[in-house]
Design a protein around this ligand. Sequence first.
Ligand code: SAH
Length: 199
Amino acid sequence: MDIPRIFNITESAHRIHDPFTPEKLATLGAALRLESGTRVLDLGSGSGEMLCTWARDYGVTGTGIDMSQLFTEQARLRAEELGVADQVEFIHGDATGYISDDKAGVAACLGATWIAGGVIGTIELLARSLRTGGIILIGEPYWRQLPPTEDVARGCLAGSISDFLTLPELLASFGHLGYDVVEMVLADQDSWDRYEAAK
Ligand code: SAH
């Protein structure tokens, strides 16, 4: 079981497989006011940089599940390197339908919401692993400007305009699901470059 080989090649040297820099990832961890011992579940955990650095910096524990064999192996090596291998575990597997018995204080999916058919399905899935009062963490692209035509959307490597919302719409959509948005950290053009140009 693995993801298409092209991603393992183009992102083989990425530690963060999303448009966040290490600084932004740390800002996100601080914004969530993570307490030592908080359990974090990460679906589509990639090379584990979020779990490993948050384990080191904030004392969290957690589990990551990812379908890439290469990324999962890199995550385990990173945990060793940062001295947090006793706090985090990485499972190579399909996160579709994954529900944790051990409820999490933070249940996350960054840049992989297709595993449950989109943002709504992913929130529903993560909620089933969340302890009462916990935080759901979603990393999702949004349109900075609506593409004028479907052709332009495809030119942006989206399947269609409806694949993504604008930021105000995305934020409002969490409210419609009955959730309060408590924090937000945005990518910017420079951090997108670190993700895309590095490919
Ligand atoms: N959250 C990580 C990785 C985002 S990239 C980060 O931000 O760095 C998307 C990830 O989803 C890739 O690591 C890919 O291997 C993983 N993935 C894709 N389909 C998956 C599935 N069905 N189950 C688990 N992981 C999956």
